[in-house]
Design a protein around this ligand. Sequence first.
Ligand code: HAM
Length: 424
Amino acid sequence: MMEVKAIRGMNDILPDEAMRWRFVEDTTRRIFSLYGFAELRPPVMERTDLFLRGIGDETDVVEKQMYTFTDKGGESVTLRPEATACVLRAVIEHGLLGKDPIAKLYTLGPMFRYERPQKGRYRQFHQINAERLGEDGPLADAETLAMAYDLASSILGREALLMEVNSLGCKACRPAFTAALKDFLESRQDRLCADCRRRMHTNPLRVLDCKVESCREAVQDAPLMDALLCESCREHHGMVLAGLDALGVRYEQNPRLVRGLDYYTRTTFEITATGLGSQNAVAGGGRYDDLLSILGGPAVGGIGFAFGMERMIMLMGERQETASGCFVVAQGRPDIEREALAFMAELRTAGIRAEAAFGRSFKAQMRRADKAGYPLCVILGEDEVKTATLTVRDMRKASQVKVNRAAVLEEITSMLADDKGERA
Ligand code: HAM
């Protein structure tokens, strides 16, 4: 029989990686809640129209990458390629901004894009996504960028990170920039790739982001948005940067930074990391002042970002969260095993993780205790039963003590606390 394999670009997260995923998720929840964000969990599938309206039909995501199909009821549905449109749809549908004019929401989960899989680029990938709605001032932008920076640096450290910031202008000043850019691109069209010759008319900003070498060279001295920002966008941008300075965020201004989705206005940013090769964007986001109204909601602005979780986890490297708790080894006699089992229940009641592998040789059980990475091993044999003691072995120091049965829980708790202190 032929083996059934996973779909290309869609990966299993195996138990030995799950620890790192949990670490990233826990850190995210901790940091985001410090900023007053709450969780919202939209479904993974939406009506296709949401993404056509929300992301822009001239984007690569909508043009080429959506998992779209007709369901059994004849409706066109799409596995979400990103979360922003979904979160905004939920906010509008449930009237959340009517209940509170400010919404700060985050969501974690899988996204789907039909891209060519490679290191750091998958067809099912996971995002940490945050959206902040109802605050239009520049300090909301600065604080949101700081939250992204906080998360990135807590997990990856500051050294490997670069945060780049730009302003893409607004409805008032962007058209002049788009027109100037179109003129410029038309004068160089013979040097552009086929995609960009088309995009030049439909979505000229995307040409600035093309990875084809000849296009990159052709746009070297293209006009830049910062020269054409209107007074109000310029002021907003200046205050965002001042806010970032006040918050101690390290960033660089990159006037060439554009984003792959169409909804951005004003502040946009990306966080890249060394060590990922060509797929080096760990996070990206920005302000979107028109998206809520485009999706049928109130005319208020928002700002948000998303991290690619696979990329973060890859960068964390081999960092392993060591298991805490006790492995229990018992001599193979039914009454001793029963006693060991009862002792494990006692450990768990005290909040201490406990595992065993009864029914194997003593040596095999010890080998497993070692491999599982437990700092302590509790041994229960004939001698221990006779003397009402337990042997507690410190696996890292390779030393052991016999402890009175009545005092053993206290001893284990204190040894585990010491172990944690030593590792911190
Ligand atoms: P995005 O730049 O398309 O933005 O994606 C954000 C991050 O998701 C990227 O920086 C990258 O780390 C990760 N990512 C994207 N595609 C893949 C893939 N195929 N495989 C692995 N990782 C990937 C957005 O999605 C916006 N919704 C962000 C946002 C939220 N803007 C405002 N609010």
